[in-house]
Write a protein that binds this ligand. Structure first.
Ligand SMILES: *[C@@H]1O[C@H](CO)[C@@H](O)[C@H](O)[C@H]1NC(C)=O
Ligand SMILES: *[C@@H]1O[C@H](CO)[C@@H](O)[C@H](O)[C@H]1NC(C)=O
Ligand SMILES: *[C@@H]1O[C@H](CO)[C@@H](O)[C@H](O)[C@H]1NC(C)=O
Length: 229
């Protein structure tokens, strides 16, 4: 009896320490970036691109990735080599992935290399929240929730090689999504700054869009090109 009276305190100490360790080991990020890329801006650079073996993707933004990130701007990567990408776990998603998450890397391939890279580098860092199948299906569902190309076209911003103000692009996406996007630019082969990737933030459960706690570094010009694809 005497012995037991001391145990509850020890037990509480142990449990507190234990749950802190488990929490920090299992979720080392605060939110996600859903990153979508404009294929025209990937392909018209100096290094160029290759269409997937399944053919030229449709003229639309494609998913680049769903990237766990921390509120201080840093991010974890390559978190669990014991859980490598396994294509058999997402066989039911592959046809949607071919259209919404197409690879553009060379040499031409079916996309498995791209998707595997995204899982191994980023997906393994949120595996306590989203297993492989949920990681990919969550990204696909989020993309479907906000149609970025339609938001831009509704605002008169077309992928036709014209220049548009950065603020008009941000405003159009904010109006359609309710959230402030971050825009990444790259340079076309003549050195013109162009609309390359669009970042929107997602809560740490992958359930919905949020305002970004922090934006990546980098800056576009005030006026950027929106190339054809
Ligand atoms: C692109 O579309 C805009 C809006 O319709 C138009 O004002 C512009 O002239 C077009 N640019 C080109 C290069 O066709
Ligand atoms: C877009 O802006 C760049 C840089 O100012 C310019 O070189 C290019 O000709 C412009 N493109 C169009 C279609 O006006
Ligand atoms: C685009 O070109 C400018 C000037 O040539 C350079 O400063 C900038 O780093 C380039 N941007 C990217 C994303 O490569």
């Amino acid at each position: 009896m005497k012995k037991q009276s001391k145990n509850p305190l020890l037990l509480i100490k142990f449990l507190t320490l234990h749950s802190l360790l488990v929490l920090s080991a299992s979720q080392d990020f605060d939110f996600f970036y859903l990153v979508q890329q404009w294929p025209g801006s990937y392909c018209d650079t100096k290094h160029g691109c290759c269409y997937p073996s399944t053919g030229k993707p449709v003229s639309d933004f494609g998913i680049h990735g769903l990237w766990p990130n921390r509120n201080d701007g840093s991010y974890p990567s390559n978190c669990d080599s014991s859980n490598p990408f396994d294509a058999s776990k997402i066989s039911d998603l592959v046809s949607q992935m071919r259209s919404d998450w197409p690879t553009l890397s060379c040499p031409s391939n079916d996309g498995l290399t791209f998707w595997g890279h995204e899982w191994d580098k980023h997906g393994t860092c949120s595996e306590s929240v989203l297993d492989q199948h949920s990681y990919f299906s969550t990204a696909l569902n989020l993309k479907t929730e906000i149609n970025i190309l339609r938001a831009l076209e509704d605002a008169g911003i077309h992928p036709n090689g014209s220049n548009y103000s950065l603020s008009s692009i941000k405003d159009a996406i904010k109006r359609a999504s309710g959230h402030t996007p971050w825009i990444e630019c790259n340079n076309d082969s003549s050195g013109n700054s162009q609309l390359y990737q669009i970042y929107l933030c997602v809560d740490s459960s992958g359930l919905g869009f949020i305002e970004c706690p922090v934006f990546p570094n980098g800056k576009c010009g005030a006026s950027i090109e929106f190339p054809m694809f």
